[in-house]
Ligand binder design. Structure first.
Ligand SMILES: Cc1ncc(COP(=O)(O)O)c(C=O)c1O
Length: 446
């Protein structure tokens, strides 16, 4: 698929040549942002990416919430360099893996103190589901509209949007319920007058739709892919209660919300819940493919999950991956990046909220730490989303001005590195202001 409205100089630059060369050999299906931007990145440092022509882009995307401590952080570079000289392969215990597992246990809530490591998010979610099945001896899973947990066979059916269409038979025993996306309430109600009707509805779905064998409820503590959606505070505690009423486990998928992004260590911390299993990834490794699940002594001892080799993988917790995650999490703590995410996130949110008054096509600005969602609409009354053709133009206008932002969709997301400074936030705000003024004046968006 090729997009319209590419940067004017495409075709002549080294970036363009490399991009086109890659297109001859790469199988289609790469991330939309890469196809739309056609960026070819030479290097990156802190919150900035630099292309082959030396043009710098402020990074409000962070590899979709992956780049937590910024690009090429010196702690990260040094730790990985040192580990490369020592050992890179194998599932044997290493000093760094011990330190990593201990550190994770010290940060996760309640009795979540046993971690199993994997390489990708979907793999960790699949493992969490196997663990829930092992523990409960049941097989059904409930997930949410708008939810995203990866694209592998076992988790594809958990997705709560049309992405899962046309792949054939989905995993059996999966059920979905509406997520409290209050801007577009599935029940057309308004919080708090709704009295959290969505929770009552979850109960009804479990009662009427399942075969009575619910192993787990899996939920993003704040939905990333759906547009950085933040549920009301009653939601997660209510859901935990419902899961336990049904002798099922609550799996909190903290892939995006984990390790400080939301201004607390985990999304679960905002309402003080302790899920039964937590899945982690993305920002924990700052680019090195590492993910994991965390649960209790009792749950992780369940069979068959706990049998030798039953829950392992070739690369899970390998020496390089463990080193990358250890350096990342230590840096998050040493540099108070959780606090920074909260403070700079609040600052950014205040700036963006100013745009709500200024631009009619901004339907809502919401956020928690450095997880921010913005709704772009044709009309505030109807809340009809802007056409994608328009949001793609908005994305390219933003990129042209040196800001990489996921505003190619009407429910757009801002999730920069947790190291973002106020000055960088101001720079991004100024670019977005300029782009939005351009839209208001020159783009017929209605
Ligand atoms: C909440 C959540 N879970 C799981 C995944 C899947 O992770 P991966 O792409 O590493 O398989 C994602 C990816 O965006 C995610 O946002």
């Amino acid at each position: 698929m090729h997009y319209q409205g590419l940067p004017e100089n495409i075709g002549q630059t080294l970036s363009a040549k490399l991009y086109q060369e890659e297109q001859r050999f790469v199988a289609p299906g790469l991330q939309e942002v890469s196809q739309l931007s056609r960026l070819v990145i030479k290097e990156a440092k802190g919150c900035r990416l630099v292309d082959m022509e030396g043009k710098s882009y402020l990074d409000f995307m962070a590899g979709v919430a992956v780049c937590s401590i910024g690009h090429a952080h010196p702690n990260y570079v040094t730790a990985l360099r040192e580990q490369l000289d020592k050992v890179t392969v194998g599932s044997f215990t290493t000093e760094n893996r011990v330190a990593l597992l201990r550190l994770i246990a010290s940060l996760t809530p309640g009795a979540l103190n046993r971690t199993q490591l994997y390489s990708g998010g979907a793999e960790a979610v699949e493992a969490a589901i196997r663990l829930a099945k092992s523990h409960t001896k049941k097989f059904e899973i409930l997930s949410f509209w708008g939810g995203f947990h990866g694209k592998t066979g076992g988790v594809l059916g958990l997705i709560g949007d049309p992405f899962k269409k046309n792949w054939g038979i989905l995993h059996p025993g999966l059920h979905l319920a509406p997520y409290p996306d209050c801007y577009r309430c599935p029940f057309d109600m308004a919080y708090p007058g709704c009295s959290m009707f969505c929770l009552d509805f979850v109960r009804k779905i479990i009662e009427n739709n399942t075969a009575g064998s619910l192993a787990a409820v899996i939920v993003e503590t704040m939905q990333g892919t759906a547009g950085n959606v933040i549920p009301p505070p009653e939601f997660l505690p209510g859901l935990l209660e419902i899961a336990h009423e049904n002798d099922a486990l609550l799996i909190a998928d903290e892939m995006i919300t984990g390790f400080g992004r939301t201004g607390m260590m985990f999304g679960s911390n905002h309402t003080g819940i302790t899920p039964d299993i937590m899945t982690i990834g993305k920002g924990m490794g700052c680019g090195f493919p590492i993910s994991g699940l965390v649960s209790t002594d009792e749950i992780t001892a369940s069979k068959p999950f706990s049998k030798p080799s039953s829950s392992s993988s070739s690369y899970g917790g390998n020496p390089l991956a463990s080193t990358a995650a250890l350096a990342t999490i230590q840096t998050i703590l040493e540099e108070s990046l959780v606090e920074n995410a909260r403070e700079v996130g609040d600052y950014l949110l205040r700036g963006l909220r100013g745009f709500e008054e200024k631009y009619e096509f901004i339907g809502e600005v919401r956020g928690c730490g450095l997880l921010v969602g913005i709704e772009l609409v044709k009309d505030r009354g109807t809340k009809e989303p802007l056409d994608k053709a328009i949001t793609r133009q908005i994305f390219l206008e933003t990129l042209k001005r040196g800001l990489l932002c996921m505003n190619y969709k009407p429910n757009f997301r801002i999730n920069p590195p947790l190291t973002l400074s106020r000055e960088e936030a101001d720079e991004g705000l100024a670019i977005l202001d300029e782009v939005f003024t351009h839209v208001a004046r020159h783009i017929p968006y209605r």
